[in-house]
Design a protein around this ligand. Structure first.
Ligand SMILES: Cc1ncc(COP(=O)(O)O)c(C=O)c1O
Length: 377
């Protein structure tokens, strides 16, 4: 494990630390000012100006007509699917290479996930595999995509931009459009990433970002849904705020809503972080280049942005043959490293879900290791 030892030294030298975490938040802007302002005003909870400011910032930044702030990325995905009418008569295509929240959000609606293989370079849904699956397993009736095996409607497809690296989202969109399937982008990890000069999260009917503590910018916990569709935006806002009809004092809720609104104090922290987003992306892209030069010399491949993509490089990843040995070596030497998530189709609650052969997913599961990627000065 000579290469691993060299890697340990390189990373410790980069971060000038004895223990290097996978990803730590960095607070160097207006975080304390905005959070204190929130506390002083007493508006720390479900009402306040920072929620509006975050929504305005994100819709301006990514160029979507609307942005709705919610409690986390999981609830953002759930509400996105819910408003598109995904229910227990539906199925939703996604990738087995993702954090469990992607499949969980699908399940909250009552729908079943179907897992399709990824491309090895982007780690996102493979357009070729998606097309092949639909052509061999589905047909269109009354403008709906019907799965021959289950007779259920495939209502949505949720590709994910893994570690911030954009997948081939334009090709995926074209296939979804052809099959009358809603495209919902899980851009939880990829705020600020672009594909063909357009921000990830803005290709589909609805897109979703996460602001968990480990993301490129954080709200402590939070999520945002973006869409260009006014009707959908209004419905998401209504449903995520307990479906209460505005009134001077009455508590009239016209349907079963959700308490998914982002608290103002989280929005205050997030606004300060968002002000630093472009600086963080610049630093992370420089960090990726440093890693790339280093691993090139060791003949170790990295996960890289594909052609036409501009990644935020939220997390860097290397491809190795002896994954367990690398994980032992790095972690034993106080360099936090983690494998790819266990494939979702291998988890007990999803093991009976329909899949294609997932060849690339298994191959990448056996090779990918995430290495420290926090903002470094
Ligand atoms: C791909 C992906 N989807 C969804 C989520 C869920 O976001 P949250 O943790 O904010 O609920 C995360 C991250 O946590 C994620 O990485």
């Amino acid at each position: 494990m000579k290469k691993c030892k060299k890697t340990v030294d390189f990373i410790k030298d980069l971060y000038k630390k004895d223990f290097v975490a996978l990803h730590e938040p960095v607070f160097i802007g207006n975080e304390k000012k905005y959070v204190n302002d929130c506390i002083d005003s007493t508006f720390v909870s479900s009402v306040g100006k920072y929620v509006d400011k975050v929504e305005e910032f994100i819709s301006n930044y990514v160029g979507s007509n609307f942005a709705i702030a919610v409690v986390n990325g999981t609830s953002a995905l759930h509400i996105a699917l819910f408003v598109l009418g995904v229910d227990n008569d539906s199925e939703v295509i996604t990738q087995s290479v993702s954090f469990v929240a992607t499949a969980n959000a699908i399940s909250y609606t009552g729908a079943k996930p179907i897992f399709i293989d990824i491309d090895k370079d982007s780690l996102g849904i493979s357009p070729k595999s998606l097309k092949k699956f639909l052509e061999s397993n589905c047909y269109i009736e009354d403008n709906k995509c019907i799965n021959k095996q289950t007779n259920k409607i495939i209502k949505a497809c949720v590709p994910m931009h893994t570690f911030g690296n954009p997948c081939r989202i334009d090709e995926i969109k074209e296939i979804c459009d052809k099959w009358n399937i809603y495209l919902v982008e899980d851009a939880a990890e990829s705020l600020g990433s672009k594909y063909k000069d357009k921000f990830t999260g803005t290709f589909g009917k609805v897109g979703v970002y996460s602001f968990n503590g480990n993301k490129i910018v954080t709200a402590g916990g939070g999520g945002v849904v973006v869409t260009d569709d006014e009707k959908i935006a209004k419905r998401i806002k209504h449903l995520t705020t307990t479906a209460k009809k505005p009134h001077k004092w009455e508590y009239f809720h016209n349907e079963i809503g959700f308490n998914y609104r982002m608290p103002n104090i989280n929005a205050a922290l997030l606004l300060a972080q968002l002000e630093k987003l472009d600086d963080f992306i610049k630093i992370k892209r420089e960090l990726h280049n440093k890693y790339k030069n280093f691993f090139n010399k060791l003949n170790i491949e990295m996960v890289d942005e594909i052609e036409n993509a501009r990644s935020n490089y939220w997390l860097n990843a290397i491809l190795v043959e002896n994954k367990e040995e690398w994980l032992e070596c790095l972690n034993n030497n106080k360099i936090m490293a983690r494998p790819l998530w266990n494939l979702l189709n291998e988890l007990p609650m999803y093991k009976n879900c329909q899949t294609d052969e997932l060849k690339n997913s298994y191959e990448m599961y056996n090779k990918v290791i995430n290495i420290p990627s926090g903002v470094v000065f």
